[in-house]
Every structure is written in structure tokens, then in C-alpha cells.
Design a protein around this ligand. Structure first.
Ligand code: GCB
Length: 598
């Protein structure tokens, strides 16, 4: 499907990175046609010449930045623009390849440089890039004006899907009124959500992609690798694997091969080993020399050596049973929405470690690469989910949506395939799409009845969501033991596959109390958790291999439902990351599980 790599931009002896985060000029296209920007070609000159612009931070969702209610729920094209000064060398040295990279923008993006279209991309949550050297070299002043138009409209072909519904009854709605219907439970935040960068590589030849698959037996580690090189010139390839101290432990040449590591230090999840998250560094080095000079390209890839296997009752990391005791998350916070934010990310890692969570699922879309890099380093295990959420009935979706789903899965695997922390792909509702990466188990998350489910035969691990005593039999805690036991027994009897309780929980307003427990109070959330945990404890010795609370923190949702009060409140932390009473129950439990199971 995709013919190029998507290596994370890293600085090296041959590569430079320039971050373009900060304030961009911004304008939402509120014209009646919703298409004025394209009709008037706003990309041709500075955005401010098209009309009024405002400051917009990048990365951030634009929705919660202003006091304008129509921007909060805006559907359509918004325009971002920024002028950048690039180093003269990047212009004068034609041997430098200059790449513009957008970490993610929601949802459909078109990108111009100096008025020339350089790329477009369909889909949020995943990066895209374009080589722009030839465009900026055309401008004698070496100006680099970047314009990005982003459209957040969801259709039945997008992932996640949505529809636009026009309300044409003039006795009930103003002219042109429409709503964006979405079938998932989080706010459709939009804008440029992750970093925009310029980076360079040599042009004559460069490392385009690297794939590593690791294994071990006894004390020897094995890093099977494949390097894809692009460019027109021939170059010599050399690979060096270094340990944490920078000592070479294995080396090789050739674009496909295997590196053998004696006395291997395996990558372990934290809590399972005293030295978790061990990462080697794979230096991929390309060189070519002529009479006058030597040129090179260097890329450094962190590599964790570990294996992942699934049996009918266990999930094995490095052949040891792994029990998922963790959380479901969202990229979501006050003001910045889904915008990348280091303080928030580090706070979340500290909270996960505080509560002893050893894993999380990237519900319901791929998270920023920097988050996965932290998981690699800290030994936190990840179920990596594609944005296939809200696909209610696949029969109502055409081939286009299936094709797009496949492209998105391809982009996801291409981006995340080398992270040791990623132990399983979640393809959501389309497991019959097949295997893009046979080295990792595949799952999807179900809330259907075990007898009617169509996807379970195709997955390695069954992930089940259930909300007993919440959406079903609300208020009746006593149904949980019987219904949860039945759930596990039915699924296991039919499929003989290990099961993760991939969601369970209860909405809770912090500070609201009642005993005996009533729905929405902190006591009720605690009681739901305790009832579920009792059943997990009976079953986890058999085939239940994990429990992921819904949700780590409260998060924003649309207003379209009266069951949401300024967002989904099933967090064990508030949206501001303060603990509710349930967080302490999980903390106690997860640390106990850590001592028992790792
Ligand atoms: C679910 C969904 C999740 C919702 C959650 C809820 O099953 O997967 O996106 O937020 O339930 O709270 O209703």
C-alpha cells in the first residue's frame, strides 16, 4: 500500500530538525458556501490578506481556545499559516532534502508552501509529510510560507465515521442549519494536534525506513532487520547495535539481516523486572565517497528485544505470563483539547505509575509517537488502536470505508511497528481485514453478545466491554457477579481464547457522596469496581488476562446526549488529573497485582 517509511524525525550527524510550534495565523471559513478559502485561493498570498485572522497555538485543538461558541462546534475548513525562516544552507545546498512533517491534523488536510500545493492527507491521529526543497529553492528570498487547510467533517468514509444532517424545516431551524452526527463518545476536537516540523536528510541517498522484529533464545538476542534506502546514488550500509553504555554489541551490513546479541538484556514491562524498558540503539549508517568528499546519512533507532505470544489462556511477554492491569485513555485535556502537551503527558505517566498501571489501550485512535517512546523507555505496555470507532453496522459502509480502514491500519503499523511497548494491534470493528504485522497479536473491542459476534474467530485475544449495573440494570450492583461470570464463561467456552475486560466503569461526579451507594457518587464507582474485581480475581487464574478501567480521566464529549454532563465522567481522575476515591482502590489493587503477577 504505502511505498515510503515514516521514521520519527530524529537529529543525527546528517539530519537536522526544526520545530514550527507556536502561534500560527488562523481563519475559519464561515462563508455560506463553506468554500470561500478555495474559491479565493487563500493559499496564494498571506492569509491576513484574505480577511481577519486570529492567533492560534500549534499544537492544539482550536475548539476551546476562543470565547466564540461557533468556533467550538465549527464544522468545515479552517486555515492555518506561518512564515518560517530556513537556514540559508538548506537552500544553497541542493544535496539537502528538506521535509515538512505534520504530526497529525484532524481530519482532512491540504498543505501548500509558498502557494504551491505539496501534499494532502486523509485522516487524523497519524503523521504525513512532503519534500519541499524544490519549492522553497524557487523563491529568491528563501521565504517559506506554510499554509495548512484542515477540514474536520466526518463522513461514512472517514475513521471515525460521522454524517452531516441538514435541518430544512424553516419553522424549527435557522437557514442552513446542520448538525454533525458522530457515533462515538468523545468530542470531535479538530485542528493541528501534533508538532509541525521541518527536517533534513541527505538527498542522494537516505534511510527511508527500518523494520525490526526481535527474538531470543537462552542468553542470545536476535534483531531481524530490514532497511529501505532511497535516493539515486549508491551507498554503503553499516548497522551497529549499541547497548545503553554505547558499546557495540553487534554489527552488520546489507539491507536485510539479523544481529545476534550475546548476554541479551531483554525489554521488560516495568513491575516485571528490576531493569524494565531496556533499549539498545541501532545506528543505521549510509556512506559514499568520491574523490572530493564523503557523504553520509545516520539514523538511530531505539530497539527493545522482546517476544510476544498468545496461548489459549495466556498472554506471554518473553515467555512469561503478562496480566494487563491498566487503563483506557484519551488524548484530552482542558483548553488544548487533543493538542500534544508535554506537561500533561508526563503527569499522566506519573499517575499511571503512582497507581501501578502496567498498560493502557490507546482508545480510540493512535496516540502521539512521543507517548509510545515514553512507554518504550518506562516499560509500559500498549494496545495500539486504530480510529475505527463508531462503526455501528459495517453493512451500511461501502468499499471506500473499508479501503480507507486498510490504509489507516497500514499507516499505523508503518508508524508504530518498531515500538517494543506495542504488544497488540486493535483494529476495532474490522478484524477480517487480516494481518499486516504477523509478529503481533490482533484484537478488536467488542460489546456484542458472544453468540452473535462476527469478529472473535479472527482475533488472538478477545476484548470485551461491559457496563453491568450502569447501562444495564442501572443501580443494581448485585447483578454484577452473576452477569460478569456469565460473560466470561460464555466467551471462553465458545472461543477458547484469553479475554481482557477492555472497559468497565461508572460515571462519577467528584465530591458527590451517598451511602448506600447511588449512581454518580464516588461510593457507587468504588462499589462497581469492587464487584468487578471480585470476579476478575476468580477468573484471572484461568483465562482472564487483563482489566482496563474506563477511563483513566474524565474527558469531553459532544452535547448530543443527556447522559453526559460536560463530558464523560467515568474517569478515576478528573479531567484536571485529581484522584476520585476509585483511584485509591485501583492503586491498592494494581500494586497488589504487581506483587502477585508482575
Ligand atoms: C464504550 C465506548 C467508550 C465510551 C464508554 C462509555 O463502550 O467504547 O468510547 O466512552 O463506553 O462511557 O459509554
Amino acid at each position: 500500500l504505502l511505498d515510503s517509511g515514516m521514521l520519527f524525525p530524529r537529529e543525527s550527524a546528517s539530519r537536522e530538525v526544526k520545530e514550527l510550534n507556536g502561534l500560527w495565523a488562523f481563519r475559519a471559513d464561515i462563508s455560506p458556501s463553506r468554500n470561500q478559502g478555495f474559491e479565493e485561493a487563500w493559499y496564494k498570498s498571506r492569509l491576513i490578506e484574505s480577511g481577519p485572522v486570529i492567533d492560534m497555538p500549534v499544537p492544539a485543538s482550536y475548539n476551546d481556545i476562543t470565547q466564540d461558541p461557533s468556533l467550538r462546534t465549527f464544522t468545515g475548513w479552517v486555515w492555518y499559516e506561518r512564515e518560517v525562516v530556513v537556514p540559508t544552507r538548506w537552500i544553497t545546498d541542493e544535496e539537502i532534502r528538506v521535509v515538512l512533517r505534520v504530526g497529525s491534523a484532524h481530519y482532512y488536510s491540504v498543505v501548500w508552501v509558498n502557494g504551491v500545493k505539496v501534499t494532502e492527507h486523509n485522516g487524523g491521529h497519524l503523521p504525513f509529510e512532503a519534500e519541499i526543497g524544490s519549492v522553497i529553492r524557487k523563491d529568491p528570498t528563501a521565504k517559506c510560507r506554510i499554509t495548512i487547510a484542515v477540514n474536520n467533517t466526518l463522513t461514512l468514509e472517514t475513521l471515525p465515521p460521522g454524517t452531516i444532517q441538514y435541518m430544512n424545516d424553516p419553522t424549527r431551524y435557522p437557514k442552513g442549519f446542520f448538525v454533525q452526527n458522530i457515533f462515538f463518545d468523545f468530542f470531535n476536537y479538530a485542528g493541528i494536534h501534533r508538532s509541525v516540523l521541518l527536517y533534513t536528510t541527505p538527498k542522494a541517498f537516505y534511510v527511508d525506513d527500518i523494520t525490526v522484529v526481535t527474538d531470543f533464545s537462552d542468553n542470545a538476542g536476535l534483531v531481524n532487520y530490514k532497511v529501505s534506502v532511497k535516493g539515486s546514488a549508491a551507498a554503503t550500509l553499516k548497522l551497529t547495535l549499541m547497548d545503553k553504555e554505547g558499546h557495540c554489541v553487534a554489527s552488520s551490513s546489507g539491507s536485510v539481516g539479523a544481529l545476534k546479541v550475546a548476554d541479551v538484556k531483554l525489554w521488560w514491562p516495568y513491575l516485571m523486572h528490576e531493569n524494565p524498558g531496556y533499549l539498545y540503539s541501532l545506528e543505521v549508517h549510509l556512506t559514499a565517497a568520491n574523490d572530493k568528499s564523503t557523504s553520509e546519512d545516520v539514523y538511530l533507532l531505539p530497539v527493545g528485544i522482546r517476544t510476544v505470544k498468545v496461548s489459549s489462556t495466556q498472554f506471554l511477554i518473553n515467555n512469561k505470563p503478562f496480566y494487563f492491569h491498566g487503563v483506557n485513555k484519551h488524548e484530552d485535556s482542558d483548553i488544548r483539547g487533543k493538542g500534544f502537551d508535554w506537561p500533561l503527558i508526563v503527569k499522566d505517566f506519573n499517575l499511571m505509575k503512582w497507581m501501578g498501571a502496567n498498560s493502557f489501550r490507546t482508545s480510540h485512535y493512535p496516540y502521539a509517537e512521543e507517548i509510545l517512546q515514553m512507554c518504550d523507555q518506562h516499560g509500559i505496555v500498549v494496545i495500539d488502536e486504530c480510529p475505527g470507532v463508531g462503526i455501528k453496522d459495517i453493512r451500511s459502509f461501502g468499499n471506500a470505508s473499508l479501503t480507507h480502514h486498510l490504509v489507516v491500519m497500514d499507516e499505523l503499523v508503518r508508524r508504530d511497528k518498531n515500538h517494543p511497548s506495542v504488544v497488540m494491534w486493535s483494529v476495532a470493528n474490522e478484524p477480517v481485514l487480516g494481518y499486516l504485522d504477523p509478529t503481533r497479536p490482533v484484537t478488536y473491542i467488542t460489546n456484542s453478545n458472544y453468540a452473535r459476534d462476527l469478529g472473535a474467530p479472527y482475533v488472538d485475544v478477545v476484548c470485551v466491554n461491559s457496563y453491568f449495573s450502569w447501562y444495564h440494570d442501572p443501580g443494581y450492583l448485585e447483578v454484577i457477579p452473576i452477569q460478569l461470570n456469565t460473560q466470561f464463561e460464555d466467551w471462553y467456552a465458545k472461543y477458547q481464547k484469553p479475554i481482557i475486560q477492555s472497559e468497565y466503569g461508572a460515571d462519577t461526579l467528584p465530591g458527590l457522596h451517598n451511602d448506600p451507594p447511588l449512581m454518580f457518587t464516588e461510593e457507587y464507582q468504588q462499589a462497581v469496581l469492587q464487584h468487578y474485581h471480585n470476579v476478575f480475581d476468580q477468573k484471572r487464574k484461568h483465562y482472564v488476562i487483563g482489566e482496563l478501567i474506563w477511563n483513566f480521566a474524565d474527558f469531553m464529549t459532544v452535547q448530543g446526549s443527556i447522559t453526559r454532563v460536560v463530558g464523560n465522567k467515568k474517569g478515576v481522575f478528573t479531567r484536571q488529573r485529581q484522584p476520585k476515591a476509585a483511584a485509591f482502590i485501583l492503586k491498592e489493587r494494581y500494586w497488589r497485582l504487581a506483587n502477585e503477577t508482575g
